[in-house]
Ligand binder design. Structure first.
Ligand code: SF4
Length: 271
C-alpha cells in the first residue's frame, strides 16, 4: 500500500448524493479495494493516474479543530462516500476519529457507512451524538466469496458481529445490502441474520461500469460460471432489476421492515 500525507483544503464537503447534504472522506483511496467499487473515478481527479485502486492511500491532513459542529445543524452527513472510514490504516492515522471528536455537539444527522469491524472502536464517541446511525454494507454471508470481491474489508461475519455490538450499545443501525449480486446475494438470509440488531435496511443494485464490468465478469466466470448469461442479461437490460425489486418489496412489507430500495440510480458513490 502506497501511502502519502496530503493537505486537504476542506474535510466536510457538499454532496450531490440525493438526501445527503455533506460527505466526509477522511482518505483518498480505499484499502478495501472492492472489485465493483464506484469510487475508482477518484484516480483521475486526484493525480493517481497509473495507480491501482486499492493500492494507494492519501492520508488527508487538516486542522480538524477548525470544524464547526453547529454549521452542520439539521443537515445530513454521510461518512464516507468514496472511501471507507474504518479501513485498517484508520487505526494508525485516526482521521475518522479526529473528525468525529470535532463534530460532537452538532445537530446534524450523521450516517456512518463501513465494511469494517473496526467501527466498534468509536462506540464511545457515537454515544455523544443525538442523531447518528451506523450502517454496514454487505452483499453475501459467504466469507470466501467476500474475500474475492472485497479483499481488504472485514469478513461479513465480522461486520455483522460489529453491527450487533454497536446496536447493543444503544446506537441506531442500518444494514445496507449492496451491491446486490443477482442470484448470489441472498437478501432474505441477510435480513434474517440481522433482524435483531438492525433498525432499517437499504438495498442497492450492482451497477456495471466500464471500469468494473471486466472484473465482475471474471469473478462470475471463475466462481459462478453458470450465472454468466444471467449477468450478461442484467448488464444489457436494466429492467431485469424490476422483478427483484418487487420481490424484495413484498418480502420486506410482509416483515413490516423499515426499508428503502435504491435500484438504478447509481449508488452512494456516484461518479
Ligand atoms: S469499501 Fe467502498 S470505497 Fe472502499 S473499495 Fe469498497 S466500495 Fe470502494
Amino acid at each position: 500500500m502506497k501511502t502519502t500525507l496530503r493537505e486537504a483544503k476542506s474535510i466536510i464537503t457538499k454532496s450531490n448524493i440525493p438526501e445527503i447534504d455533506f460527505v466526509i472522506n477522511p482518505y483518498i483511496g480505499c484499502q478495501h479495494g472492492c472489485i465493483y467499487c464506484y469510487a475508482e473515478f477518484m484516480i483521475r481527479f486526484t493525480g493517481h493516474k497509473g495507480d491501482k485502486w486499492g493500492h494507494f492511500l492519501d492520508i488527508k491532513t487538516f486542522d480538524f479543530s477548525k470544524i464547526k459542529p453547529q454549521k452542520y445543524d439539521n443537515t445530513r452527513i454521510l461518512l464516507s462516500s468514496v472511501t471507507d472510514p474504518y479501513i485498517p490504516l484508520e487505526l494508525k492515522y485516526k482521521n475518522t476519529r479526529k473528525i468525529l471528536e470535532n463534530l460532537v455537539g452538532t445537530k446534524a444527522h450523521i450516517s456512518i457507512l463501513t465494511k469494517s469491524k473496526f467501527v466498534v472502536r468509536d462506540i464511545d464517541l457515537f454515544k455523544k451524538f443525538d442523531n447518528l446511525e451506523v450502517g454496514i454494507s454487505i452483499n453475501t454471508l459467504d466469507d470466501e466469496f467476500a474475500q474475492i470481491i472485497e479483499r481488504g474489508a472485514s469478513k461479513p461475519t465480522e461486520r455483522l458481529k460489529a453491527l450487533k455490538e454497536v446496536y447493543d450499545n444503544g446506537i441506531k443501525t442500518y444494514t445496507f445490502i449492496s451491491p446486490f449480486f443477482p442470484k448470489i446475494t441472498d437478501y432474505k438470509a441477510i435480513i434474517q441474520e440481522t433482524l435483531d440488531y438492525t433498525d432499517s435496511y437499504m438495498l442497492e443494485n450492482l451497477n456495471f461500469r466500464p471500469h468494473n464490468a471486466p472484473r465482475i465478469f471474471k469473478v462470475i466466470k471463475d466462481s459462478y460460471p453458470k450465472l454468466l448469461p444471467v449477468y450478461e442479461k442484467f448488464k444489457r437490460d436494466h429492467t431485469e432489476w424490476n422483478l427483484i425489486a418487487l420481490q424484495i418489496k413484498s418480502y420486506c412489507d410482509d416483515l413490516k421492515l423499515n426499508y428503502k430500495i435504491e435500484f438504478h440510480h447509481g449508488g452512494f458513490s456516484k461518479s
